[in-house]
Design a protein around this ligand. Sequence first.
Ligand SMILES: Cc1cc2nc3c(=O)[nH]c(=O)nc-3n(C[C@H](O)[C@H](O)[C@H](O)COP(=O)(O)OP(=O)(O)OC[C@H]3O[C@@H](n4cnc5c(N)ncnc54)[C@H](O)[C@@H]3O)c2cc1C
Length: 369
Amino acid sequence: MTARPSPSDRPFPRTLVPVQELHDAPLAPLTTFRLGGPATRLLTATTDAEVVEAVREADAAATPLLVIGGGSNLVIGDKGFEGTALRVATKGFALSGTTLELAAGEIWTDAVARTVEAGLAGIECLAGIPGSAGATPIQNVGAYGQEVSSTISEVIAYDRRTRETVTLPDAECAFSYRHSRFKAEPDRYVVLRVRFELEDAGGLSAPLRYAETARAMGVEQGERVPAQDARETVLRLRAGKGMVLDSEDHDTWSAGSFFTNPVLGPEQYAAFLARAKERLGDEVAPPAFPAPDGGTKTSAAWLIDRAGFTKGYGTGPARISTKHTLALTNRGDATTDDLLALAREVVAGVHAAFGVTLVNEPVTVGVSL
Ligand SMILES: Cc1cc2nc3c(=O)[nH]c(=O)nc-3n(C[C@H](O)[C@H](O)[C@H](O)COP(=O)(O)OP(=O)(O)OC[C@H]3O[C@@H](n4cnc5c(N)ncnc54)[C@H](O)[C@@H]3O)c2cc1C
């Protein structure tokens, strides 16, 4: 990695902002997969003004831009990224009553811990999710019965189309399951700040929506528990599944869940159920949850497992996690091509077994499944 503060021999305009700048910078260390080739140029911005200036500069030069937070939901191709990679490393945690404002670069799980310490409820079950606060609205991050869309009140973002900073109220963010307006228009918004409206329940959590969490805490679904206990229980459950980052544990060299849970329309669901019964017997009962518009959400982990890709599957450098069927992992010396080969094998196997096409959850850069 070569650091060149102000290069004049590169086809980029000289940056006007005091951002940290590197050339031919490896991106793999910036991702939780530890995969991907270099970026032509890597900037690290530590203030909103630097973020906006860097984006404006890249756009003015028509240079492709890749925004990076914690790199925990990114699959970057082995050839890397030809353009400007912008690492958002802004800081800012402001809590006023129940209103929380986070700078995009804040570490999400640390922010969750601080809200719980402050006795507030609403995001305690999202503890342990890696990455930055600014990325949470992108795929409407969710786990253990909570999603950020329930507590986000506003997202402040730089709009690359209008070249202005805009404040988008929750209702304009088009949040749905692992999706949002920001994901739908990937090259338009750069999130600068996220505002949340939390709940003061006297130190108690929000009602527990997820059966596994309630069971682990010995209460009924819908009950409240001390928010700190809910957070710690979630962290323990997550760690058991390799869903909390641990650099020593290759099961966490992943992007978490690699596939989203499929949402099937009535006809698709009926066809899937028939295939499942044919394959696994009439008694089979695949997980099924009601989804919007009459759809049914089933479990990607169940499909993968029942198609024969069990925990630890694989013999190469990219394998299924030994702790969770839904996480594809780098065992240490994988390439992105290895990872994609495994992902394609799983997609093809699940489709052959059940007629359902899995869709990847992480964002792919320069590659596709
Ligand atoms: C072990 C593990 C467990 C996980 N568990 C969960 C889970 O339980 N639930 C869940 O929902 N996700 C989970 N994830 C996925 C991931 O942590 C989240 O999606 C997280 O929000 C990504 O944040 P990030 O900062 O790392 O984003 P990155 O990976 O850096 O970026 C992801 C996408 O967001 C864009 N982006 C990042 N920052 C900004 C910004 N400021 N403005 C605009 N675009 C931006 C990027 O360009 C990219 O398209 C897990 C990942 C891992 C590795």
